[in-house]
Design a protein around this ligand. Structure first.
Ligand code: 5GP
Ligand code: ZN
Length: 116
């Protein structure tokens, strides 16, 4: 638990979130500013700054985060039409919250992978 981390505070129940999937080690909740009809954030409950830090420290947990993304996509009805999973990392990505999170996006055609 990192006191000044927004997502650690969501894990701790100090800040409300609309949780759609949970395991012992992961949590998935709806993004507060959705960029698609389905926009869910999937996080490990343990704090890591970004996907690289998570993968180096605990590759098994990184795999569990990916499995949770797939479970969320299935539960949200995205499996057939498809969806996108994004990890932002560092300044050029625009990462704003420094607790690793996967964005699971879908529910309409998502367009080009990045803007020009
Ligand atoms: P990043 O830019 O770091 O990859 O993504 C951070 C995401 O967290 C953004 O899509 C933003 O809308 C979302 N977000 C920021 N604050 C909150 C919050 O308090 N609750 C929820 N559910 N999402 C948040
Ligand atoms: Zn955190």
């Amino acid at each position: 638990m990192t006191n000044d981390c927004l997502f650690c505070r969501i894990v701790a129940g100090e800040i409300p979130a609309t949780v759609v999937h949970e395991t012992d080690e992961t949590l998935a909740f709806r993004d507060i500013g959705p960029k698609a009809p389905v926009h869910v954030l999937v996080i490990p409950k343990e704090h890591f700054t970004d996907v690289a830090a998570l993968a180096v420290a605990d590759p098994g947990l990184a795999g569990k985060v990916l499995a949770a993304c797939a479970a969320v996509a299935a539960a949200e009805g995205l499996t057939e039409d498809g969806y996108r999973v994004i990890f932002n990392a560092g300044p050029h990505s625009g990462q704003e919250v420094f607790h690793v999170h996967a964005h699971v996006l879908g529910g309409r055609p998502l367009g080009p992978m990045v803007s020009a």
